[in-house]
Design a protein around this ligand. Structure first.
Ligand code: FM0
Length: 325
């Protein structure tokens, strides 16, 4: 019996990963850049045991379906092969996110699973190698191995595609992210399916890759100079360009709901009133607002004219993966 447990935190991309160069190895078309947050994390425990007759995956105490267990089993097969381990496993994940959040937790979940397996099977992977392994579970998971600002270098092979932390000299501690929890209708297009359809059919997609690579350099410069307005501006523009690609997909789709648009317009009006804050969005209707800690109270005041307290959650820069055993 081999056991491991790890905690990994969610990360929000400021420059998005959107589209794979290689599906099987989960190699991206462009580099991405994220901020790991402290508010939301997943704790995952894995037990490889000869008594298990198949892989079982429990999420928040609920046994998951075969379909939901697929992503986990694909990943477990990879580590079993690496560790020459013949046993099936029982995986227990607990998502520590606000219940109403409906936040994508695949990044923190698969990163925590990678950390737990690394421990259970004695793979002794250093963070960079662990990032490559987590990437095989879910692309964005490779960024949650590290805390603060993180860049995922797309590379061109399993060996060269991994994330590394960006040293911002502690500037990330001055920032905050407010999650506006829009009524979370079930996502009909997963990020995996959404990016695949976009790569394969969207006329806007080729330009996205060029834009994202250029945006990444602007974002890194902004971080090095602690330039919040420059970082927020490129983050917001990058998110809009990513979502624009979905409108030209065949068939077209969007993750935006009417309330998402209301939230984006509200953020713009707060900014026009002189409080610097910028929005980003991922594969769902929720809107994330990047701001500076010093402005949180004033921004909250304006947002609460439209959003209830239950719909607003604040998170700050968070740490990298933690082993719990
Ligand atoms: O996080 C970002 O960079 C942007 C997104 O969140 C979407 F907006 C993509 C996340 O994709 P993920 O769930 O990692 O896909 P997988 O590799 O197919 O598992």
């Amino acid at each position: 019996m081999f056991k491991g447990k790890a905690r990994a935190y969610t990360n929000i991309a400021l420059i998005k990963y959107w589209g794979k160069e290689n599906q099987a190895l989960i190699l991206p078309k462009n580099n991405s850049l994220s901020l790991t947050l402290d508010g939301f994390y997943t704790e995952t425990e894995v037990l490889f045991t000869e008594e298990a007759t198949k892989d079982c995956f429990y999420l928040d105490g609920v046994k998951q379906s075969e379909q939901a267990t697929k992503k986990v089993t694909t990943f477990l097969n990879l580590v079993r092969e690496r560790a020459n381990c013949p046993f099936f496993a029982v995986v227990r994940s607990h998502n520590h996110v606000p219940t109403a959040a409906g936040l994508a937790s695949s990044a923190s979940g698969l990163a925590a699973l990678a950390g737990a397996c690394n421990q259970a099977l004695g793979l002794n992977l250093a963070p960079k190698e662990l990032s490559k392994l987590a990437r095989r579970g879910s692309g964005s998971a490779c960024r949650s191995i590290f805390g603060g600002f993180v860049e995922w270098d797309r590379g061109d092979s399993d060996e060269t595609s991994y994330a590394l932390p960006i040293d911002a000299q502690g500037w990330e501690q001055e920032l905050a992210m407010i999650f506006l929890l829009i009524n979370d209708q079930p996502k009909d297009v997963s990020s995996r399916e959404g990016m695949q359809r976009t790569v394969e059919t969207s006329a806007f997609y080729p330009q996205w890759v060029k834009e994202a690579q250029a945006d990444l350099h602007i974002a890194k410069e902004a971080i090095q100079h602690h330039d919040f307005q420059k970082l927020g501006t490129v983050m917001e523009a990058n998110a809009l360009k990513m979502h624009a690609t979905t409108l030209a997909a065949v068939p077209p789709f969007t993750y935006w709901s009417p309330d998402s648009l209301r939230a984006m317009n509200l953020v713009r009006s707060i900014r026009q009133a002189g409080l610097f804050c910028y929005f980003t969005m991922d594969a769902g209707p929720n809107v994330k607002v990047l701001c500076q800690k010093k402005d949180i109270a004033a921004i909250f005041e304006v947002l609460s004219s439209t959003f209830s307290d239950q719909q607003m959650v604040v998170a700050y820069a968070g740490p990298g993966i933690e082993l719990l055993e």
